[in-house]
Design a protein around this ligand. Structure first.
Ligand code: SF4
Length: 301
């Protein structure tokens, strides 16, 4: 198997493009895909710093590595969720990555802040763990970005994540979620940091290959709370489709984005005209969902 561009031995076969690449040509292709996502989505520029949310998994660490190579000013943000050994290993991986490259890293620990991990917070407030986790992540990403002067928060969601989410939204006909599904979410009044997903054009397999070629160590295991999540079944289904019809995931998700743009523009996030009486972040009611959650969890315990 030879590289399509330079004819040296290829390291990766890419059926979706009916091609194969050697290491340097693959990396050049991959960086170009990310640059294309950033520029076509007007995600950010080199004029302002980007806060990269890093979990310790392959996608977010690959994203951080790619943004550095592309010359963007970045800092990492890691939320230690307080999920036992999994969270300890995740933080270690992120710190190891940042220290080896001399990168700025912000770490927030739920155990230190609340004396509780996300599972206990969810239990005490009678919420499913992933729902509480999502509320908390959104709050901290925005709060830290706004406090520290980052207009943009980038996350490592890849093409498989986005296509699986789209499939789930379609299966349940969650029209309001479909309207909001986009690799770029921003508001006009500057109360929220812009949220972007620069890896949305790249499947998990290509990102995994990138981490191997660049010897990026990451936490291989999934969060224990993700056990049984439907998203894995959606990904499996999409993998079967991809096997039978290479490029299916790309056509599915990028086709959706194209149709959506033509049919209805991404609406801005719901107007958050109130200011939360507890934390001061924008909200639709007197107190935001995050503060209600934390108040309930810490009062009950
Ligand atoms: Fe949070 Fe783990 Fe659920 Fe993901 S799987 S939302 S990290 S609790």
């Amino acid at each position: 198997m030879k590289c399509r561009r330079c004819k040296t031995p290829a390291v990766i076969k890419m059926p979706r493009h009916n091609t194969a690449f050697c290491d340097p040509c693959f990396q050049e292709y991959l960086l170009k895909q990310v640059e294309r996502a950033i520029s076509s989505g007007k995600m950010f520029s080199k004029e302002a710093p980007v806060l990269v949310a890093v979990s310790g998994g392959k996608d977010s660490l690959a994203l951080w590595d790619i943004l550095i190579k592309l010359g963007y000013e970045t800092a990492g943000l890691h939320l230690n969720l307080g999920i036992g050994a999994y969270s300890k290993r995740s933080q270690q991986m992120v710190e190891q990555f940042a220290n080896a490259r001399g990168l700025a890293l912000i770490v927030e620990s739920y155990q230190k802040s609340y004396g509780l991990g996300v599972i206990e917070i969810a239990e005490e407030s009678a919420r499913p763990a992933c729902s509480a986790c999502g509320t908390m992540k959104r709050h901290h990403f925005n709060r830290i970005a706004m406090e520290k002067g980052f207009p943009v928060v980038a996350t490592g969601h890849n093409l498989d994540d986005e296509a699986a989410r789209l499939l789930g939204n379609l299966l349940k006909w969650q029209v309001s979620y479909l309207e909001k599904q986009s690799p770029v979410l921003s508001d006009d009044d500057g109360k929220w940091a812009k949220k972007v997903r620069p890896l949305y054009r790249l499947p998990e397999r290509e990102i995994a290959a990138y981490t191997i070629l660049n010897r990026i160590e990451y936490v291989v295991e999934e969060c224990p709370m993700s056990k049984g999540a439907k998203v894995f079944a959606y990904k499996e289904t999409l993998n079967q489709l991809e096997e039978a019809s290479p490029g299916a995931k790309h056509q599915f998700y990028l086709g959706f984005l194209k149709q959506k743009e033509a049919s209805f523009p991404t609406p801005p996030p719901a107007k958050q005209d109130e200011t939360c009486r507890t934390c001061g972040q924008p909200t639709q009611s007197e107190q935001c969902g995050y503060c209600r959650l934390i108040e309930r969890a810490t009062t009950v315990s």
